[in-house]
Design a protein around this ligand. Structure first.
Ligand code: ARG
Length: 292
């Protein structure tokens, strides 16, 4: 990158300063060789005074631990039934992942804290099925998260919720990220997984308004990968509830996060809540390509 290219990010730096970005990072990305680069990208965001909250998944590590320990998990992604053995795997996997985040953040001189900010209760019995130790988010300790952010600390939220009796429940990370983004009035919710967004008829659907996203989901639910539809639905919900933009990007790609945030075209799929902003940006791009 040439130093003069830094000018191109100026439009964004003033807009994003002091905003909150919630990053939902999938387990596969944490296991990928690009993980430490992603952490470097996060440190660039922090250096620009963007507040970051990390929510992480654990499904890949739960499956891997299950294989090692010869335990068949009853569910890996926090949406199915979590039996006792699977909860133990989830606790082990989450603790290891939290440690990886703390190590990687220490390497980049970032302050981070693994939190118990998710208050959960059991999902209970749905359709005759007992979800056992799978939980639903009851509320978030917003004051706690805000005080960490005000001290320049990155809260790290594992896919676990806790009840008043000191019990842990398995929760789904994308669902948690949505709740966190809404509760903290985040300006961005970014799903950082293994899919680069919505591919439709062979090409990437780069952006959707709320109405377009609703329409797309209605028409293409059957033909689009389940995890992409789920991220799109969560992103849509966030944008309906005050989050400005939701993004789906592939965290295994070099500099994916920075490219999505600091270029007008991005690299993944974005849902935007604010039509006016998107139109204004598009006009600007025509007159000053480097400023997006
Ligand atoms: N950089 C801008 C933002 O973060 C626009 C990103 C556009 N991305 C896209 N996939 N169309 O808000």
């Amino acid at each position: 990158m040439r130093p003069s290219e830094l000018r191109g990010i100026l439009t964004y730096t003033s807009k994003f300063r002091d905003q909150i970005f919630v990053l939902s990072i999938d387990s596969e990305v944490i296991a990928d060789s690009n993980f430490r680069n992603l952490i470097l990208d996060i440190s660039v965001l922090r250096s620009l005074s963007i507040n970051i909250v990390v929510v992480h998944g654990a499904s890949q590590q739960i499956r891997a631990l299950g294989e090692q320990m010869r335990i068949q998990p009853s569910d890996a992604d926090g949406m199915g039934v979590t039996d006792d053995a699977t909860l133990s795997l989830a606790l082990l996997a989450s603790n290891r992942i939290a440690h990886e985040f703390l190590e990687a953040f220490s390497e980049t001189d970032l302050r981070a804290a693994v939190t118990n900010a998710i208050v959960a209760h059991p999902t209970g019995i749905l359709g005759g099925k007992d979800y056992l130790m799978t939980g639903r988010v009851e509320r978030l300790d917003v004051g706690y998260l805000k005080s960490l952010l005000s001290m320049g600390v990155i809260p790290v939220l594992p896919p676990l919720g806790f009840d008043g009796e000191g019990r842990a429940y398995r929760v789904n990370s994308d669902g948690v990220a949505l709740e966190v983004a809404q509760a903290l009035r985040a300006s961005k919710l970014m799903f950082i997984g293994t899919s680069n967004g919505v591919v439709h008829a062979g090409s990437l659907a780069a952006q959707f308004s709320i109405l377009e996203a609703e329409d797309f989901i209605k028409k293409n639910r059957e033909t689009t990968a389940g995890d992409v539809i789920s991220k799109l639905e969560h992103g849509l919900q966030a944008c309906r509830n005050g989050v400005h933009r939701a993004h789906i990007i592939d965290g295994r790609r070099e500099e994916a996060l920075l490219n999505e945030i600091f270029s007008s075209e991005g690299i993944g799929t974005m849902i935007y809540a604010n039509e006016y902003e998107a139109i204004r940006k598009a006009k600007k791009r025509m007159s000053a390509p480097s400023c997006g």
